[in-house]
Design a protein around this ligand. Structure first.
Ligand SMILES: [Zn+2]
Length: 333
């Protein structure tokens, strides 16, 4: 999800480097995809007022991810500047970062909160109450605008190559060795998102996308949708990466797991759309001007063959680690 803003995920997984060696056999590329049931929908989309206000304040409180140019900044009105500052400071104190357990708990609570209970006398306990000073004005002046943007984004996204969705999901399930997270996987859409435009919350089992982020429009929005879903099905690759580090004796760069995910899901989406599609990481320069500088040659040489079904997962990961400069830690974008 700042550096180059991009996506970053908002889960403890983002902060963790898997250090433990987990016994791993060499896994071959499965011959038969463990496809999810095709009759069940992959995603269900939602737009919630409490979560939209929460994400706005969270974005301001976690300055690591400044909003990209062109993002909506139409709330609050000047008369609420003081209340806004208080809420932002409260969020910064309560959550520390968007990867904190408290922030994850808030996401979980907000996914269930309905507008009638949000900031009620017994407010959602995981949200700093200072945000409630903004709630009446948000509902009155801003929510309808945000909701309209969200619904327009959802409508566009649902019309973006829907015939490819199941095939993309099937490939991700096969390559990452985990089932589809949930049928359907909930996608909360917010005008602004307190991650770099998109986020996932592992234990809440849903993802959040920003409707006003210019980087999420068109086919890139489709990749981001599946990128965030991939976060919920990447644990086996991360385990294999840790094991490859033990086996090869090479350090595992902190940002490498996320680079593998960006590259992998981008490659799958590109395979289905066609070679004319530029992956999100390439379009945003993650391999050249931020985050994953220096990773691209190793990913091209060793990760791509796994994605194309030519080598095993363990062979690919060992190859990536061996090819990387030993002192390149990377920076999670
Ligand atoms: Zn990510």
């Amino acid at each position: 999800m700042n550096q180059p803003k991009t996506l970053v995920a908002r889960s403890l997984l983002c902060a963790l480097t898997l250090a433990a060696a987990l016994g791993c056999q060499d896994r071959t590329v499965p011959a038969t995809p463990a496809a999810p049931p095709t009759a069940a929908p992959l995603f269900v989309f939602g737009s919630s007022a409490p979560l939209n206000l929460h994400e706005r304040v969270l974005l301001a409180a976690t300055a690591r991810f400044p909003p990209p140019a062109g993002s909506a900044r139409d709330f609050p009105p000047a008369a609420l500047d003081a209340a806004w500052d208080t809420a932002v400071r409260g969020y910064a104190r309560a959550f520390g970062s968007m990867f904190s357990p408290a922030a994850t708990a808030a996401q979980r609570g907000l996914s269930r909160a309905d507008a009638a209970r949000f900031c009620a006398p017994d407010p959602t306990p995981v949200v700093p109450h200072a945000v409630c000073a903004l709630w009446p004005a948000y509902q009155r002046d801003q929510w309808a605008k945000d909701d309209a943007k969200n619904k327009a984004f959802i409508d566009r996204l649902q019309k973006t190559r829907p015939e490819l969705w199941q095939a993309i999901a099937d490939d991700l399930v096969r390559l990452y060795g985990m089932p589809w997270p949930k049928h359907p996987l909930r996608v909360e859409v917010a005008a602004e998102v307190g991650g770099p435009g998109a986020a996932y919350t592992t234990d809440a089992g849903y993802v959040t996308l920003a409707s006003t982020d210019a980087r999420h429009q068109g086919d890139a929005g489709l990749e981001i949708l599946f990128h965030e879903a991939s976060h919920l099905m990447f644990a086996e690759v991360e385990k294999a990466l840790a094991a490859a580090g033990e086996k090869t004796g090479r350090p595992v760069p902190d940002a490498l797991w996320h680079a593998l995910l960006f590259y992998g899901t981008g490659r799958v989406v590109q395979k289905h759309i066609g070679p004319g599609y530029t992956t999100y990481a390439e379009a945003q320069g993650l391999y050249t001007r931020g985050g994953f500088d220096g990773f691209a040659p190793a990913l091209d040489a060793h990760w791509r063959p796994y994605l194309d079904g030519e080598v095993t997962l363990d062979t690919a990961l060992a190859g990536v680690l061996t090819a990387l400069p030993p002192d390149d830690r990377g920076v999670d974008p």
